[in-house]
Design a protein around this ligand. Structure first.
Ligand code: NAD
Length: 403
């Protein structure tokens, strides 16, 4: 770490655990409880090495061009659309996020909704609030022994599979990629096979364009009569009108939706949907991953990525740079060089070191698109003249050293 503490700026009320972790790693941390606009952000980034944001602060190409000291940006959330990733890569700024921190929160919401819908809790609850005492078991089931169909067996789908089996459910899943079936879950060869087999179908696919309207009239009609449908993945995956029609006609027994084709821009704005007012439909405002536990985990996760990048040069799980983690050695100096991914870059770097009589003790190179990143432990440490040689290479984007 350098003599002067590295400065970190954390915006938008990032969880306090992040500041605590960065402070204990020797950084000086300033926390702000709101988003900053472009001009304000540029002013505040002078001398700042690490910037933490959530979803509202826009880290544009202009911001990145102005922030010459900035080495890393952390999105303390899942999405990174608010960051110009291409501009960040071109300037050698590492970007991190927290893709898994809210997985458990989504899974728990799905489990609660599976039970609520299978037990017709929402209908009973609605009647009770109207003063109707309808004590009957009609349409109410245990989830034990019922079949859960999972579409998309990624982080969320696979964890849901494990918890559902623990509750006594049978699990059948479909994923476009070969996935290891956990526990006794059965992998289906087609999505249709899942739709025809499941009492409950839950969607956990990613946001690729091809998933637009993955669920429309045809898919809902392939589901078993009286089955239940959940979507906690992306709104555009489901044709909301087709679903509403099958709920109204009682072809499906119920649904739970956390994400929508059209979501209101801000808190308090009206939510418009054909699914409003149906007592067997659970509607939640995109809160699948929103728990205090997830926020805390995000704070710790992204701050940990900052710490590892600044103290060791580790970029594992970076959103834009090649993921590299070179174990720390006893070498007197570590060179961290982000460079353009062109033929011969590594040979040039190693030739300069050899010419200066500097030995390579460990080295790791990774490339990603147009960017390369090479971490080299050397002995003895390079002279300032040698470092200037690296800085002057046409391939060099950014050089950092750790000693
Ligand atoms: P992931 O990338 O780990 O898993 C997605 C899986 O879906 C992958 O295994 C992929 O191969 C599979 N897939 C993609 N298209 C498919 C298709 N057409 N058919 C079958 N499988 C398909 O993602 P994750 O972390 O498990 O998240 C799943 C979804 O949940 C994402 O869309 C994510 O944005 C969303 N999410 C929502 C919330 C929320 O608040 N509701 C929170 C977190 C994540």
């Amino acid at each position: 770490m350098p003599a002067r503490p590295i400065r970190a700026l954390l915006l938008e009320s990032v969880h306090p655990d992040a500041a605590e972790l960065l402070t204990s790693a020797g950084m000086s941390v300033e926390s702000v409880d709101r988003a900053l606009d472009e001009d304000e952000l540029i002013d505040r980034l002078d001398g700042v090495t690490v910037l933490g944001i959530r979803s509202k602060t826009q880290v544009s190409a202009r911001v990145l061009a102005a922030a010459s000291d900035l080495a890393a940006v952390g999105a303390f959330c899942i999405g990174t659309n608010q960051i110009d990733l291409r501009a960040a890569s071109e300037r050698g700024v590492a970007v991190f996020n927290a893709p898994f921190s809210n997985t458990r929160s989504v899974v728990e919401l799905a489990i609660s909704e599976i039970i609520a819908l299978t037990r017709r809790l929402t209908v009973k609850n609605s009647l009770m609030h109207k003063g109707v005492w309808d004590k009957s078991a009609d349409g109410a089931h245990e989830i034990r022994g019922r079949t859960l169909g999972i579409i998309g067996y990624g982080n969320i789908g696979s964890q849901l599979s494990v918890l559902a089996e623990n509750l006594g459910m049978h699990v059948v899943f479909y994923d476009i990629v070969d996935k290891l079936a956990l526990g006794n879950a059965r992998r289906a060869q087609t999505m249709r096979e899942v739709l025809e087999a499941a009492d409950i179908v839950t969607v956990h696919v990613d946001g690729r364009d091809a998933n637009a309207n993955l669920f429309g009239a045809e898919e809902f009609d392939a589901m078993r009569p009286g089955s239940v449908f959940l979507n906690l993945s992306r709104g555009f995956v489901v044709d909301g009108a087709a679903l509403a029609a099958r709920i109204t006609s009682r072809r499906l027994a119920g649904a739970a939706l956390d994400v929508f084709e059209e979501e209101p821009a801000g808190r308090g704005d009206e939510f418009v949907s054909a699914l409003r007012g149906m007592d067997n439909v659970i509607l939640t405002p995109h809160v699948g991953g929103s728990t205090l536990e997830a926020q805390q985990d995000i704070g710790q996760f992204v701050a940990g990525k900052f710490r590892d990048y600044l103290t060791e040069g580790a970029t594992s799980m970076s959103v834009n740079l090649p993921g590299i983690t070179l174990p720390v050695t006893a070498s007197p100096q570590r060179l961290l060089l982000i460079h353009r991914n062109v033929p011969g870059a590594l040979a040039t770097i190693n030739r300069i070191l050899a010419e200066q009589g500097v030995n390579i003790e460990a080295q790791l190179l990774g490339t990603r698109g147009t960017i390369g990143y090479v971490v080299t432990d050397v002995a003895p440490a390079c002279s300032e003249r040698t470092l200037d040689q690296f800085r002057g290479l046409p391939e060099t984007i950014r050089l950092r050293t750790l000693s």
